[in-house]
Design a protein around this ligand. Structure first.
Ligand code: ADP
Ligand code: NG1
Ligand code: MG
Length: 405
């Protein structure tokens, strides 16, 4: 659908022209899966599929949501004195509200005086499929809000600030994400991938070998990360792995250790490759055995209350089993693969790129357990057909009830 068709649809719906049209791309992550929230670098690039938002002011104190995809029901959000508080089971329009809230807070716009809006949303990014439709909607919402509230667009907030702000604000839909998606969607440039580093946010263009062709396939199943606890469970397993190893190493305040990268720094700025060896040494239990809650409290010499406050999050308060060794081994080995991948891009070594992608998939499947049979089968088929490498992209998993038509 062309932008002119979208404008026509807006006019038919609201009897007025849109004042702004915002477009935000989806992304594919080439390598570096589930390591952004451990603050390790990732290597994504934008894709053509995008989310569009068309907007005009409303005289009413409301945000009206109309989606061209009828699966996403029309909705009216009343703007009251109370800010939308966030959610742990998001409806589709709440991804918009997450971006909207972030901008009002950033620009110190009082909720009661914020402007009402009529919106039309149209997306070509397959939702819940690992190519980041959620962040495209959050980032497009943030841009729409900036434009509608200030009458201006990019001059108000820089692209990098927008990336950091939307990474924080998407957490209002209940996932403790790491920031990769918002960063690439706000900072992407045509024709190149970016290596994205966190804390501080930095981005470096990575030119892909001209003879390499990357195809993005859909395996047919979907997974809504906001509505489930899989994602947040992995986030806390990585955090607990870092905290336990820090504690074992004599670090007094394990509560300040938040990520596996914090731990690598504390151990003397060890490289991801060196950290793989450390994990093998420091966590005695075999990787395929979980730690129960009691064992973790003992290892951290702490109580339930502090454990909930410093290690867990909303969706994992009651979790009982934590696979911490496997998760840490995945994170450090995947972080190392990102750097090797970038080096192979520089050398134009497509065979090495393929090898690293295969290793990444195996690690996601066996150590991070974020794959599913449909993804594994798709990877197998690609390799049998002669691809140099294949891997899942994005968070992974599947809810089988939601098979794509
Ligand atoms: P993804 O891997 O695509 O980011 P998520 O589970 O993080 O998957 O987010 C998917 C959710 O985002 C959808 O279930 C829906 O609520 C919302 N969403 C994404 N794109 C759109 C869209 N174009 N229209 C309405 N909702 C959307
Ligand atoms: P998807 O599958 O696109 O929702 C999620 C996270 C990323 C990253 C990847 C796994 C959000 C918004 N996105 O992506 O930050 O952790 O999983 O690498 O939380
Ligand atoms: Mg998402």
């Amino acid at each position: 659908m062309l932008v002119d068709d979208l404008k026509k649809a807006f006019r038919e719906k609201y009897n007025t022209d849109p004042e702004f049209v915002v477009r935000c791309p989806g992304r594919v992550n080439l390598i570096g899966e589930h390591i952004d929230y451990s603050h390790y670098s990732v290597l994504p690039m934008a894709i053509q599929a995008s989310t569009f938002i068309l907007a005009a002011k409303s005289e009413k104190n409301q945000i009206h949501f109309f989606n061209l995809d009828k699966k996403f029901k029309e909705y009216t959000h009343e703007i009251t004195k109370e800010m939308w508080p966030g959610t742990t089971h998001p409806e589709w329009y709440e991804y918009f509200l997450a971006g909207w809230r972030g901008v009002l807070e950033r620009l110190s716009i009082d909720i009661a005086s914020s402007k009402g809006m009529n919106l039309l949303v149209y997306g070509t990014i397959p939702p819940a499929s690992g190519v980041s439709s959620s962040s495209a909607l959050v980032c497009a919402a943030a841009l729409t809000t900036i434009a509608m509230q200030t009458g201006k667009s990019f001059e108000v907030v820089s692209r990098s600030e927008l990336a950091e702000m939307t990474a924080k604000t998407e957490k209002y839909v209940g996932t403790e994400g790491g920031g990769m998606d918002q960063a690439i969607e706000c900072l992407a440039e045509k024709g190149i991938a970016l290596r994205i580093d966190f804390h501080p946010l930095k981005w470096t263009p990575v030119t892909l070998p001209p003879n390499a062709l990357f195809a993005v396939l859909h395996c047919g199943v979907t997974m809504n990360k906001g509505a489930t606890s899989y994602y947040n469970q992995r986030v806390v397993e990585c955090r607990i792995a870092a905290q336990i190893m820090a504690k074992k190493n004599g670090v007094k305040n394990w509560k300040e250790v938040r990520t596996l990268r914090d731990l690598a720094r504390l151990l003397g700025n060890l490289t991801p490759d060196q950290m793989v060896i450390e994990v093998e040494k420091r966590l005695e239990k075999p990787a395929d055995q979980f730690y129960d809650r009691k064992e973790i409290l003992q290892a951290l010499e702490t109580n339930e209350q502090d454990f909930i406050q410093y290690s867990l999050n909303d969706k994992t308060r009651d979790a009982q089993e934590f696979w911490i060794k496997k998760r840490a081994l995945h994170v450090y080995s995947e972080a190392a693969r990102v750097f090797h991948f970038e080096e192979a891009c520089r050398q134009g070594n497509t065979v090495e790129l393929g090898k690293l992608m295969k290793e990444s998939h195996t690690s996601c499947r066996d150590l991070f357990e974020c794959s599913c049979p449909e993804l594994d089968e798709t990877v197998e088929k690609c390799l049998k057909a002669g691809c140099l490498g294949a891997r899942l992209t994005g968070a992974g998993w599947a809810e089988r009830a939601a098979v794509l038509e």
